[in-house]
Design a protein around this ligand. Sequence first.
Ligand SMILES: [Zn+2]
Length: 463
Amino acid sequence: MATIVLDPGHGGSDSGAVYKQYNEKDFNLKVALMIREFLLESYVVNVWMTRTKDQTVSLKARTDFANEKKADFFFSIHHNAAGGTGFESYIYNGTIPSSTKEIQSIIHKEIVFTTDQYKVFNRGQKRANFYVLRNTRMNAMLIEVLFIDHESDLKLMLNDQFLRDVAKAAATGVAKALNLPQKPKPQSQPGTDTLYKVIAGSFKEEKNAEERAKMLESNKLEAYIYPIVINGTRFYRVQAGAFSQKENAEELVDRLKTIGIDDAFIVTEGQDELSELLKPELVDGFTITGSSVLTAKTMNDFIKRVNPQAPELAQLYLNLGKLYGIRGDTALAQAIHETNYFRFTGTVKPEQNNYAGIGTTDSNTPGASFVTPREGVLAHIQHLYAYATIAKLPEGQVLVDPRFNLVARGSAPTWIQLNGKWAVPGTNYGQQILAIYEEMINLEIDAVNKFMDNLEKTKQQLQ
Ligand SMILES: [Zn+2]
């Protein structure tokens, strides 16, 4: 089993950098403890710490400790000061093991992927002659998370959600860099290990979120502010609590109403991560080919909330999508967008069974008609297949899409690439489809998890 030594910089009589009433040593310890927690929670690994409390430990004692433990990796956590802003990482500038640069790069990128969302400046991957890097006989890295004496950096350092996000990214980076095996996940019962967060307001303006947080605090409630990007728009959410039991979260929502906050709502961790991951660069990479993650029931219910008369096509989309290797659930999101929840408020009429506006080049052209709903769905899937691939139709399949051969084959492997092609001008076409898709996924905890796995793969491919 791999052994990691986490080294929270400074401690005890050595405060590290000091600014106002804040000491660097405390932030270092806090982040290091969070990294330990994330590592132990998710990976098979030994984690040792050079200190676990506010304690004086010499630099020599730290490196001796790591050398004695024959650690595989030494990870020192610091915060910066004196005239700068942003995140940076260091490895030794002398002779190092051949893998150190690669490890630095993986961990650094993972952290930056997260800090970018907080608009933190990336100061880069650096090398220096630091004692703890020089005197450790294993791969060693030191991070300077932010600048304690830079006001906006300090503000983030005082935001626990930020520190948790950074710690989680650091742990993920370490796990990737060292190839740590994942702990087998206990089969999760919905609701058992889900965290229900109570959001007491979500604001586009940070100062409004701060006002809300103050109001909560004056009512003796806790408040964290964290930024989140949803469909490309940044919001500042005010979190008033997080619970493993949904009932407790609901109680807090009720209590918030008594102090005049009636726009509070509950989200799960998974939903948040999903929204974070649907950041533009990942949306850009989200492919038309792939597997579905939603169940037919979730999708049919979703559509019927808006249009109770809608036909139940979800199972057809899943089956035919699977046959062609197309994401049938996302294709249905496209059909929802095209038909306005199957209310057919555009040029296409319901009896055409044309769910994707095939052949409706302008408002005077009614477009293609299909004999049955199945044929309509099949034509839709085939049309996507034409855009996303250059492959022949699957064995034994008959072409029903009348415009298949007019498509520039393989010209749009991703949903966003349909912009200006499937729809003209359609500048936001793919994003609108994915927004509907995201809404549906948020209804299903299992789908959130599957989708996360899916996106994790997409993310890796993008690196
Ligand atoms: Zn330091």
